[in-house]
Ligand binder design. Sequence first.
Ligand SMILES: O[C@H]1[C@H](O)[C@@H](O)[C@H](O)[C@@H](O)[C@H]1O
Ligand SMILES: [Fe+2]
Ligand SMILES: [Fe+2]
Length: 304
Amino acid sequence: MTILIDQPHEFGDGAEQKKAAVDEKELLDGGFLLPHTNSFGQTFRDYDAESERRQGVENFYRINHINQTYDFVKRMRDEYGKLNRVEMSIWECCELLNDVVDESDPDLDEPQIEHLLQTAEAIRKDYPNEEWLHLTGLIHDLGKVLLLPSFGGLPQWAVVGDTYPVGCAFDESIVHHKYFKENPDYHNPAYNTQCGVYSEGCGLNNVMMSWGHDDYMYLVAKENKTTLPSAALFIIRYHSFYSLHKSAAYKHLMNQEDVENLKWLQVFNKYDLYSKSKVRIDVEKVKPYYLSLIEKYCPEKLRW
Ligand SMILES: O[C@H]1[C@H](O)[C@@H](O)[C@H](O)[C@@H](O)[C@H]1O
Ligand SMILES: [Fe+2]
Ligand SMILES: [Fe+2]
């Protein structure tokens, strides 16, 4: 696919990232040129930049931060973990995303199916042999179907946006952190310390994340016994956890397996973020390839 490039520059802008790029040379040396600006001519993930989307995105995070409590997440996980709403294939789900637009995203206002294919195709170009990673690109955001009526029609604040742990202190690096002051958990001593209800090194698998498309799609992929590797499930589950994979917060909750999987998440993230563009993918042209991957890793029908 063609990625529109404004001012190309190499991956990594800080010394730390450069060091990581050296350490992970094989993984990060895909030659993917990062565009400088998004479709609106702004730098990516700039939540303060004046644009037609800024106010709406800030409002989204205000409501999200007030309502994502430990109790809320627990209820949603229990309820949606039943997977008793719909039966359908992965591709049918991709098509449903034609109707979904994400109000939390300052960089993209295209229908979500474009984003899925843009991500997957950008990865495929740089990592032609990592089929599992192409499929991960295609399915990572499918959980956004939670917005649709047959999936409960959840509000945007319970489906999209960055995610973060609940049950322990909200890290300052989270976008629009100030709005957590209105979240009841913020004032609850059981939930507002560095470890909260968790213990050091307990592993992210034991940590409850704010509820949304990531954890839901993780449950779908895991419970339907897809044969994707553990790194794929980790990417799906934590791809919106920017305070971890971008700001290096919450490291005290990780275990060794998380540390290994995080390397792949960081590779994945640059395609997820920087492939967002106005360049359309020819769906019919790439469909046979993705159908073959779906057949290889997933059952024909999944429970959602
Ligand atoms: O606005 C975006 C969008 O909702 C993405 O799908 C999610 O993964 C990001 O973390 C979020 O900030
Ligand atoms: Fe996402
Ligand atoms: Fe995405």
